[in-house]
Design a binder for this molecule. Structure first.
Ligand code: SF4
Length: 330
């Protein structure tokens, strides 16, 4: 298989701008406000047509990484490669095409749709601007897209507030599809919906994958969604990837103690949703992460070395990597 998208050593540091008083203090020798490393040295390849899940507790950097993939945030360091071309080498036309090829579906469809625009404008604007359809073709094309996502084309003259949450999410999906993307980043895309509606929207994602050959990065805290929809899963903790592997293998036998803790005692499929079990201890502040293995302050298997040395991601089996010093001994 060809890598559709590769992230190589991606970092994202957010540096808060100092206010006036802080700027004066800095001139007098005070330190700058601390920076947050939201994404820390992440390397991950996603194959064409693959669905990869990205999981971790809130604040672990998974949404930031998704936004880097979708071009909403620029990374501070590292390289993004899409369809074999490194981002720094993209021509203006390649950059424009990549921004269309990689679309993001957000959690809150109401917030991501302009309330003053009709559906026909929301869905049809970008493809007309980018020359993918003419203004004359717009009505027919938007109707076809609405039908594809399970909405009545007659709704195209309505405004977002006239729809339910699930219907609004379908409008968001139609808007993304309108620019003929190849890769969808879905950031908690069903989290705000009722459970019965979630299943319908997830089925739509699966149908679209089949029909359009899309590649997916699913960001979710819902382990049921990840287990059901993805081929591989990547686990993040405080900005770092700690384990990556085939979804079935990880759900059967997680290697990393953090992954094990996330999955532990989660209800089996058919016996309710799998959500994170609250882990013991506080998540450390990303402003001041622990030394060594970031998970050492909460890990039941912590050893002395974990407090000082960062564990490397090591191969632990076919298609599997994990960053834990327990693997150093095997
Ligand atoms: Fe736990 Fe140490 Fe492994 Fe980190 S490296 S997960 S602290 S055993």
């Amino acid at each position: 298989m060809t890598a559709h998208l590769t992230l190589t050593r991606i970092d994202k540091v957010f540096q808060r701008k100092p206010d006036l008083a802080e700027r004066l203090a800095i001139r007098l020798g005070a330190p700058k406000p601390p920076a947050v490393r939201a994404v820390d040295d992440v390397t991950l390849s996603i194959q064409k047509g693959e669905a990869v899940g990205l999981v971790g507790e809130s604040g672990c950097g998974k949404s930031t990484l998704g936004r880097i993939v979708a071009g909403i945030h620029a990374q501070t360091g590292g390289t993004l490669t899409f369809e074999g071309r490194d981002q720094p080498d993209w021509t203006a036309e390649e950059a424009r095409r990549a921004r269309l090829d990689i679309q993001m579906i957000f959690q809150d469809p109401m917030a991501s749709l302009n309330p003053r625009k009709r559906v026909i404008d929301i869905v049809g604007e970008a493809p007309v601007v980018h020359g993918l359809m003419t203004r004359r073709e717009r009505e027919g094309e938007v109707g076809r897209l609405l039908r594809e996502v399970g909405l009545d084309p007659a709704y195209s003259s309505r405004f977002p507030h006239q729809f339910s949450g699930g219907q609004r999410q379908r409008i968001g999906i139609a808007r993304a599809l309108a620019v003929q993307p190849k890769f969808l980043v879905c950031d908690e895309s069903v989290a705000a919906l009722d459970v019965s509606i979630q299943a319908q929207v997830l089925n739509l994602f699966m149908d679209l994958r089949e029909r359009r050959g899309l590649t997916y990065l699913f960001i979710s805290h819902d382990l049921g969604v990840i287990e059901h929809l993805t081929d591989r899963v990547a686990i993040m903790y405080l900005g770092r990837l700690v384990e990556v592997g085939p979804t079935a293998d990880i759900f059967r036998s997680a290697n990393h103690p953090y992954t094990q803790a996330l999955l532990e005692e989660a209800p089996r499929i058919g016996r309710g949703r799998r959500a994170y079990k609250p882990l013991k201890g506080e998540i450390p502040s990303p402003l001041n992460p622990p030394s060594g293995c970031y998970f050492h302050t909460r890990c039941p298997l912590v050893m002395d070395i974990c407090k000082t040395a960062r564990p490397a991601l090591r191969d632990i089996g076919p298609g599997r990597i994990s960053a834990c010093h327990l693997n150093d001994q095997s």
